[in-house]
Design a binder for this molecule. Sequence first.
Ligand code: FE2
Length: 302
Amino acid sequence: MTITAPEAPAAATAPDVPFEVIPLSGNLGAEIPGLDLRTLDDDTIAAVRATWLHYKVVFFPGQDLTPQDHLAFARRFGEPTEGHPVIPGLPDQPEVFQIDYTQARELAAAYGDVSDVSRGLHWHTDVTFVRRPPLGSILRAVEVPRAGGDTLFSNQEAAFDDLSPALQEFLSTLTAVHDGQDQFKVILDLIGEGTWEGKTFTKLEPVEHPVVRTHPETGKRSLFVNPGFTSRIKELKRTESDALLAYLFQHSVRPEFTVRYHWQPGTIAFWDNRATQHAVVGDYGDHRRVIQRVTLRGDEPR
Ligand SMILES: [Fe+2]
């Protein structure tokens, strides 16, 4: 008798594509080796998009892209946004946002405060504190520590599917407030103004998004709250909101919904910001970790 192991949920309905795809965990994440992202034809781009929608985060190791190549690859999937609403992008490539925690700590030290600048980053979904958060982010590992500095991703559709139907339906009636002030007010005050979708602003106004959103391309529902930016649930009392958010924050990143990735220089990652959260592990001491990110314009969550 042959015993066959059951397929992991993410692998079960994976699209059939003309390149190798290596699933990295049961619920999300896959590595796609062997493609040169500078030379893909339209059919291959469509297959990459289908693979990305299925696995929610895909990694392309062994790439050698310049910031211009990075941006050109991003443009195959959508319209790049400003690098970040508050923090300026690279001087000659404003759509490319560089994240260097060493530099951030040095800058903070220059202003007399390093207490809040970590080497890592707690769970969040990128830029949910604007009305139209990015649909996805494409990241290029520029300089990485030999060990540490991994990124964790969590599948928010799997987290939603795991809840009881009664809680799913209740959550689907709720609205969450997302606020970027905690993280970015100080920087915005220093810089004076930020820009998003071509509009400048001097103050970050909180925005509202549904607690459960429906993916505009796949129709699947996912949890859409994150501890980085979600401050409260509008319809509930403060104590109820705090308790429910605390539960959702820990539920949404349970180990079985996640994948952890160790970077090599040159690796490109592309994640679906509408159905995931991610976190950076700050365990690399004084080693340097530099990444560059391009985000793609998204729609209003519904
Ligand atoms: Fe992020």
